[in-house]
Design a protein around this ligand. Structure first.
Ligand code: TTP
Length: 404
């Protein structure tokens, strides 16, 4: 079925990681986030893919080219982010108006068997069961279990099924894309779904696994998921005196030196070096050309391309942007003394990450001096510096808050 993947978002909640790249291009294990969406779509039955791009569009274009696993890929530009219905409207010239179409959010991970079930019939909407749906769009259903609509952030949720941003629309819906602006000033795909629910019995397909990747800690969760699925493989240069336990992938061109202990799931990408004498623990991505040096411990973290943690450092539950450089002895805190979930500033508000263990989010090119210490939940902007011996207790993005 023809498939539209929405990848035009600015990803402001992911700042500073999205200062220079669109959110769908953030790394999740061995490929960008949106590549997981596209690959799941191909496996589920996409016959052609239109990627809607906007912010930093060339990054997405350059990565995909004109096909993915034999399925043709085209690009539609949404120049202004006016909402998800507007994004699909931008894709319309690439679609066959006489055929149904699938729409997927390009910043979500879907499990393939569930997505395949979604592709099996028209119309349908994907959902995911959560304990507290009140902060999501929640599906309302009739007595027969068909979806009647989506209620945004309801005080009294009509079900525990949240909208997973995955839809199969009938051909008629091509004519229903001109929706009115919603209360929050956007042109929303849920209004196209509402029109579809009026005309059709819409199936709700509950996904077994799903993850919306909108906030920085969700990028850690996405990597936890996808690193856990990697098949162990050693193509790089690994010292006989290194110890690799559990699922570990060392790509061709990567080096693991003596005295290193790696506990998978861990992916060491091409050009990266680990060690000597480093300890890399589960769910860590050591990105292309990144370096983890002597007496460094890294746990449950993402080191993007070229990030360097050279000597005597601890990095836990953290996201390090491209070419970040840690001075010797830099330490990251990832736990509050009161054991409460670590909080982080997001769009001017202090938000709970829901994680007891959560470290820092550093923009591309951040440099720390020797013996710097970084408090749990702190973000440092792209190109930011931390002085030697400095303790960064509070968030540094736009001065938008005073606490972590
Ligand atoms: P959101 O997560 O709501 O928006 P975003 O990605 O810009 O993130 P943030 O709120 O942090 O700024 O978007 C959901 C999906 O829809 C995502 O895949 C991006 C896509 N999208 C578009 O392609 N065009 C749009 O106009 C909007 C609003 C979203």
């Amino acid at each position: 079925m023809q498939t539209v993947i929405l990848a035009a978002g600015r990803g402001t909640r992911m700042r500073p990681l999205t200062d220079r790249r669109p959110k769908p291009m953030l790394p999740v294990a061995d490929r960008p986030l949106v590549a997981h969406t596209a690959d799941a779509a191909v496996e589920a039955g996409a016959t052609d893919i239109t990627l809607v791009v906007g912010y930093e569009a060339d990054d997405v274009r350059d990565y995909f080219g004109d096909e993915r696993a034999g399925v043709p890929v085209e690009f539609a530009v949404q120049s202004e982010q006016r909402g998800t219905a507007d994004a699909v409207r931008a894709a319309a010239p690439h679609l066959d108006p006489d055929e149904p179409f699938v729409v997927l959010n390009g910043d979500a991970l879907y499990d393939v068997p569930s997505l395949s079930t979604l592709y099996e019939g028209t119309p349908a909407v994907g959902s995911f069961r959560v304990d507290d749906p009140s902060s999501y769009g929640v599906l309302d259903t009739d007595d027969e279990g068909f979806v009647t609509g989506v209620v945004e952030k309801p005080e009294h949720p009509p079900s525990d099924l949240v909208n997973a941003g995955a839809y199969v629309f009938p051909a008629e819906a091509h004519g229903w894309l001109d929706v009115d602006e919603s209360d929050r000033g956007e042109l929303e795909l849920t209004d196209v779904l509402a029109a579809t629910c009026e005309a059709y019995d819409v199936r709700g397909v509950a996904f077994d696994r799903w993850l919306d990747v909108g906030r920085p800690w969700e990028l850690l969760e996405a990597n936890e998921w996808k690193l856990g699925e990697l098949e162990p493989r050693i193509d790089g240069d690994v010292s006989e005196r290194a110890e690799l336990d559990g699922p570990v992938v060392v790509e061709e061109g990567a080096t693991v030196r003596s005295g290193v202990v790696i506990e998978g799931p861990v992916l060491v990408r091409s050009g990266a070096t680990v060690g000597p004498n480093a300890y890399v623990r589960g769910h860590t991505l050591v990105g292309e050309n990144a370096k983890v040096g002597h007496a460094v411990e890294v746990k449950n973290s993402v080191l993007m391309e070229g990030a360097t943690v050279g000597h005597l450092s601890y990095v836990g539950d953290s996201l390090l942007g491209r070419d970040v450089n840690f001075g010797a002895g830099t330490k990251v805190a990832n736990l509050r003394h009161d054991g409460e979930p670590v909080r982080q500033m997001l769009k001017g508000e202090l938000v709970s990450s829901g994680r007891r263990k959560y470290g820092v989010v550093l923009g591309d090119g951040v440099k720390t001096g020797i013996n710097a210490s970084l408090n749990a939940g702190v973000r440092i902007p792209t190109g930011g510096t931390v002085k030697p011996g400095e303790s960064v207790l509070y968030d540094r993005i736009d001065g938008d808050g005073d606490g972590a």
